[in-house]
Ligand binder design. Structure first.
Ligand SMILES: Nc1ncnc2c1ncn2[C@@H]1O[C@H](COP(=O)(O)OP(=O)(O)O)[C@@H](O)[C@H]1O
Ligand SMILES: [Mg+2]
Length: 216
C-alpha cells in the first residue's frame, strides 16, 4: 500500500470518492474534506445501508492507509476494544522466574507488565506509528455499545491517547483518521458529537447516481 496525500479541495474529495465508485453528495464530500484537513473525527449517522461503513473502506483504500475496524456491540469493553494483558503468558513468565530463583519483585513486575505481554485491540492498534501514515479507524455502529464505553471513547478521541495503569500512557504520533458511525437506534451523547464533524447520510438519489455514472 502506498500512502496518498489527502485531497486538496472539496472537488478533489468528491472526485476521490467517485473514482472508487462511491456515490457522494457534495455536502458529504465537504465534511470528509474538512475532517481530513482538520484532523477531526467524522461522525456519520443514518439508516442502515446508506454507505457509512463504506466511506471508511473507500478512504482507507484511496489514501493507502490501513483500515482498523472496531465493530461495536452491547457489552463491548476495554478488554475487547483497547487492550488486555496476556495473563496466561504472564503466569508462565512468573513460574519460570520462580524456577530460576529470581526473587527481585520490582524487576519481575516491570517484566510482566511490558509490551511483550500486552494484547493490543483495535483502539490501541490505531494509536501505533505506521510508516504508511496514520490508519483509518472505523468505530462502527457506536449506538450498539453501552454509554460507559462511549464515555471512554470520548477521552480517546480528544487526546488520541490511552493510559494503561501498569504500563503508562500511549499516545499516537499522528492522529488516526477516525470515522464513527451510528444507525441511530439510540441517541449518541452531544459531548461525543462535539468532538467530531457530524453528517447525516441519506440514501443516494437518482441524480447523484447519474452524476457518478456520467462522470466516469
Ligand atoms: N453512496 C454509496 N455509493 C456506493 N455504494 C454504496 C453507497 N451507499 C451504500 N453503498 C453500498 O451499499 C452497501 C451497504 O453500505 P454500508 O456502508 O455497509 O452501509 P451502512 O454502513 O450505512 O449500513 C455496501 O455494499 C456499499 O458498497
Ligand atoms: Mg455499517
Amino acid at each position: 500500500m502506498t500512502a496518498a496525500a489527502p485531497p486538496a479541495s472539496v472537488d478533489a474529495t468528491l472526485e476521490l470518492l467517485t473514482s472508487r465508485g462511491y456515490l457522494a453528495e457534495r455536502s458529504l464530500a465537504t465534511v470528509v474534506f474538512l475532517a481530513l484537513r482538520m484532523g477531526r473525527p467524522l461522525f456519520l449517522e443514518g439508516e442502515a445501508g446508506v454507505g457509512k461503513t463504506e466511506i471508511a473502506k473507500v478512504l482507507s483504500a484511496a489514501l493507502g492507509r490501513r483500515l482498523i475496524r472496531l465493530q461495536c456491540y452491547e457489552g463491548l469493553d476495554v478488554a475487547s476494544a483497547v487492550y488486555e494483558w496476556n495473563s496466561s503468558a504472564q503466569m508462565i513468565a512468573i513460574r519460570l522466574a520462580e524456577a530460576a530463583g529470581d526473587t527481585d519483585r520490582d524487576q519481575l513486575s516491570s517484566d510482566i507488565f511490558s509490551e511483550r505481554f500486552l494484547i493490543k485491540r483495535p483502539l490501541l492498534q490505531a494509536l501505533e506509528p505506521d510508516t504508511a501514515g496514520a490508519p483509518v479507524l472505523l468505530i462502527d455502529e457506536l449506538d450498539r455499545a453501552d454509554e460507559a464505553f462511549e464515555a471512554y471513547l470520548l477521552e480517546v478521541l480528544s487526546d488520541f491517547q490511552v493510559t494503561i495503569p501498569e504500563f503508562g500512557t500511549i499516545k499516537a504520533p499522528a492522529p488516526p483518521i477516525v470515522i464513527v458511525t451510528s444507525n441511530r437506534t439510540r441517541e449518541i451523547h452531544d459531548a461525543l458529537k462535539r468532538r467530531c464533524l457530524y453528517h447525516w447520510v441519506d440514501y443516494p438519489n437518482a441524480q447523484r447516481a447519474l452524476a457518478t455514472v456520467t462522470s466516469r
